[in-house]
Write a protein that binds this ligand. Structure first.
Ligand code: CO
Length: 251
């Protein structure tokens, strides 16, 4: 296992990769509405990433066929955009996006309600986002990685939610997926010690019901085993001497 520590100039490129990805998410948030297809979301996202002179890092990653993962309702992650998949009022939709700027990757996900959604769905979205921030409180030099994991998982589980176990957050930099893996629930071991210059993609995937998931026949789309709703929230962050810096979120 090799965890990379970024130099000052590498961090500058990671910051720009994150800043541009935040713009992509902010713009995509504006087009979410009943009647839009998941394909259109991917199309707009890819266009924007390329307009920045960046490369979509998910496209063709292990054969994934799109630039933005669009996962609806019981789809946890890696939903494949389709012209025939039309969002409707009351759905929740997770957008996971990433890009490469001057050789450095960024990765972030958001979950939105489509039109008016149920209070239960809104609570799942809010708790998933908040679980990221609970974890972030432990993302400090000298702490151990799994303090982040436990804080995320314990918070989400306190609502009776299922924390997805089959997929984890990850280091990020010159590659989309670097060491270490970052589980979203308490671990037996304490994990690596955090050092300034590490860049991490922390990404809780939280289910309203069971944590167990299944794969659809397209071999990408991950769904909850019990059909319950699922939400995803992710940012790329930088470990510093003090507070962590969220590279994909400035406001
Ligand atoms: Co990720």
């Amino acid at each position: 296992m090799s965890v990379t520590v970024k130099s000052a100039s590498e961090i500058e490129r990671m910051r720009e990769a994150g800043r541009l990805l935040e713009i992509v998410h902010d713009e995509l948030a504006k087009i979410i509405r009943p009647g839009i297809s998941t394909w259109e979301i991917d199309h707009e996202g890819e266009k924007m990433i390329r307009s920045f002179g960046c490369t979509p890092n998910f496209l063709n990653y292990n054969g994934y066929p799109a630039s933005i993962c669009v996962s609806v309702n019981d789809e946890v992650v890696h939903g494949i955009p389709k012209k025939s998949r039309i969002l409707k009022e009351g759905d929740i939709v997770s957008l996971d996006a990433g890009l490469i700027y001057k050789g450095f990757h960024s990765d972030a996900a958001r979950t939105y309600g489509v039109g008016k959604i149920s209070p239960e769905a809104q609570k799942l979205i809010d708790v998933t986002r908040e679980s990221f921030f609970r974890g972030l409180e432990f993302a400090k030099a000298g702490n151990h990685l799994h303090e982040i994991s436990a804080a995320i998982g314990n918070y989400a589980e306190s609502f009776g939610y299922g924390v997805v176990r089959d997929m984890v957050g990850h280091g990020i930099g010159r590659a989309l997926h670097e060491d270490p893996q970052i589980p979203n629930f308490a671990q037996k071991r304490r994990g690596i010690r955090l050092v300034p210059g590490m860049t991490l993609a922390i990404e809780p995937m939280i289910d309203a019901g069971t944590w167990e998931v299944e794969w659809l026949d397209d071999e990408w789309t991950v769904v909850t085993a019990d059909g319950s709703l699922s939400a995803h929230y992710e940012n790329t962050i930088l470990i510093t001497d003090g507070e962590p810096e969220i590279l994909t979120l400035s406001h």
